[in-house]
Design a protein around this ligand. Structure first.
Ligand code: BGC
Length: 414
């Protein structure tokens, strides 16, 4: 039985429920379970309820969404897809090709998404010419976060090169401070890795290596230098990092147990949820080097039947791109609105920096999709790279061996 047939059969069995229930319904699968994330998703729940919707929450904990995607596959294969799912980048297209996504073009056309969304983002939301996902935000991945009082007490400024970062970290380490808060989960290793690829190689190298999967780039001396820098960073991490969640690493910076974290700006959502103020308690700067790695959260709707379910999907799509949600959600989430027409006057300095850099890098050709957060590559290729990055980070593998393994893994995944 194809996925489409399985879904149709299960949708038929849901018909009775939709006759009895009134009003828009949505079961929403997402991985927003940390403090900042929960505050942000509550905004959508509240707006949905205020419009008469009934929200069934399906949170699947696990930063980066790996566990959520495993849960999604199980639900779809058992013929019981959730109505709305947090999905990103090429994974949207992959699910569309399975024939299981709903077409939300009627909402997109009524709200004029083609006019209000930047073209680079709109492209991710369209499948074969129809609108198949609704964009929530723009997260920037290439950030360094710092505990302000720790680094100032040691006469350290936010690093602008990787050499400066290493020198600052060595100084802190000599003073008995953990330089880098990190959680040893493969997606976090990949997050740090891609910022080093961008910083040491530059935007064109990033594109060749992690978007185009060019073998010369993947096996180059620059890539070896990236792995060497990863080895150096490994030396700045405390011994308990294995398996640590990203938000616990953020808490280490917040609580003065570590100086820096390299993480996307969902980390800022954690600082804000804890009442910390940018520029006073913590500092943000883009990771050393040029460019901007974007990560756009979005929701795709799975094909379901029943007027209530379809009304729920359409209402969610409309609210997600609506101005009110775009502002309030992103104030909590640490990201910036996907719509350029939402005023940023209530947003903090890190968000304003992100918005300005996004415009500047788009003009310069250095606005790039994050591979670590599922924006650049299909799952098989991204997973193959991440396996090597993690294997290298957690062993004494040489950079020469790492690039050889990287080339093999990518070649086998194509
Ligand atoms: C998502 C963010 C989320 C983060 C940590 C990223 O891939 O885009 O929305 O906060 O993972 O879970």
């Amino acid at each position: 039985m194809t996925l489409r047939m399985t879904l149709a059969a299960s949708a038929a069995s849901l018909c009775y429920a939709s006759v009895v229930l009134a009003g828009p319904q949505a079961e929403v699968l997402h991985w927003w379970t940390s403090g900042g994330e929960a505050r942000a998703v509550a905004v959508l729940q509240e707006e949905f309820s205020a419009r008469g919707g009934t929200w069934t929450d399906m949170p699947v904990a696990g930063g980066g969404g790996d566990a959520a995607m495993t849960a999604l596959r199980a639900r779809v294969l058992s013929g019981n897809a959730p109505t709305a799912v947090q999905l990103k980048g090429p994974a949207i297209q992959e699910w569309y090709e399975e024939g299981v996504l709903a077409d939300i073009s009627s909402v997109a056309e009524a709200q004029g998404w083609a006019d209000i969304l930047p073209a680079s983002i709109a492209g991710h939301m369209q499948c074969d010419g129809v609108w198949c996902a609704a964009p929530v935000n723009v997260h920037r991945v290439d950030w360094v976060w710092a505990n302000k009082s720790i680094i100032e007490a040691h006469g350290i400024a936010m690093p602008t090169t990787w050499d400066e970062f290493n020198a600052a970290a060595e100084k802190l380490q000599a003073a008995g401070i953990t330089p880098l808060a990190h959680g040893g989960q493969s997606w976090q290793d990949a997050t740090v890795f891609e910022t080093v690829v961008l910083g040491l190689g530059g935007p064109d190298f990033f594109r060749s290596a992690l978007v185009d999967l060019d073998m010369d780039a993947l096996t180059s001396d620059t890539m070896k230098a990236v792995f060497d820098q990863m080895r150096t960073l490994r030396g700045f991490v405390d011994s308990n990092f294995s398996g640590r969640d990203w938000n616990l690493a953020t808490a280490m910076v917040m609580n003065g147990e570590a100086a820096f974290q390299i993480m996307g700006d969902w980390a800022k959502g954690e600082f804000l949820a804890a009442g910390k103020v940018p520029g006073e308690d913590f500092l943000c700067a883009s990771t050393p080097g040029d460019g901007y790695l974007y990560n756009v959260d979005s929701f795709a709707m799975f094909s379901v039947s029943g007027d209530d379910n379809i009304a729920g999907q359409n209402l969610l799509a409309e609210l997600i791109v609506g101005e009110s949600f775009q502002k309030v959600f992103n104030l909590n989430k640490g990201s910036i609105p996907v719509r350029a027409d939402v005023a940023l006057d209530e947003f903090d300095s890190c968000a304003v920096l992100s918005a300005n850099d996004m415009v500047a890098t788009a003009e310069a050709g250095s606005l790039l999709p994050s591979y670590a957060h599922g924006m650049a590559l299909r799952g098989a290729q991204a997973g193959a790279i991440t396996d090597v990055v993690t294997a290298h980070f957690n062993s004494d593998m040489s950079a020469d061996d790492a690039v050889r393994m990287l080339a093999d893994a990518v070649a086998n995944s194509l």
